[in-house]
Unconditional design. Structure first.
Length: 202
């Protein structure tokens, strides 16, 4: 495997993020993958927000150069009010809903959960911007600059451990951009998570 990465050869990985599956098992390995994939040099990592986007990403990936991982979630979609991305541009995220003051940047299926959470937040007078992190790696620094310039507080959501995960890379980029606003990273603690129903996990 090192050969593909070190020589920047083109190969596309499509893998299922299983989450917790069997209630009688005690541990899960599938909340660490974004951390180790993001640490690999030359690797590009994508995460569709629902199953419809998987085919779109795969069609894009086979036309690119270098190693690419596409992480798609287990389980049925839980939010039907989201359209598939119309065009994939390398390293660019998707702004799904424009809001104000707070931006929620979500990875993969967490976009659906961010959309569901938004309905409750709006009822409480909070109108967040929802952004789909089409690319887990690389980070969309132009989008981050836009959020900083507009004075947003930023929340990231991922179904991965926080340590070395998407949110930690976003925070590193924000630090480089001298971000002084509020930031919150939501994900799993650095520990094994019991198996169980996928919807209960989320």
């Amino acid at each position: 495997m090192v050969l593909f990465f070190s020589q920047d050869l083109h190969i596309s990985f499509i893998y299922l993020n299983k989450g917790r599956v069997k209630s009688y098992e005690k541990e899960v390995r599938h909340v660490f993958d974004l951390s180790y994939l993001s640490a690999i040099p030359n690797m590009t990592v994508l995460a569709p927000k629902h199953l419809e986007e998987l085919a779109i990403m795969l069609n894009w990936a086979v036309k690119q150069n270098g190693p690419i991982a596409i992480r798609y979630p287990r389980g049925a979609d839980c939010c039907k009010d989201i359209s598939a991305i119309s065009e994939i541009k390398y390293g660019k995220w998707e702004k799904i809903i424009n809001g104000e003051k707070v931006a929620i940047i979500a990875v993969g299926k967490m976009v659906q959960h961010a959309m569901i959470a938004r309905k409750s937040l709006v009822n409480k007078g909070i109108n967040p911007t929802i952004i789909g992190a089409t690319f887990v790696k690389p980070i969309d620094t132009e989008m981050l600059k836009e959020l900083i310039n507009e004075g947003y507080s930023i929340i990231t959501i991922e179904d991965n451990v926080i340590n070395g995960g998407f949110g930690s890379y976003v925070l590193m980029e924000l630090n480089k951009l001298n971000f002084t606003g509020k930031f919150k990273c939501l994900g799993f603690n650095n520990e094994f998570v019991p198996h169980g129903d996928v919807n209960l996990l989320y």
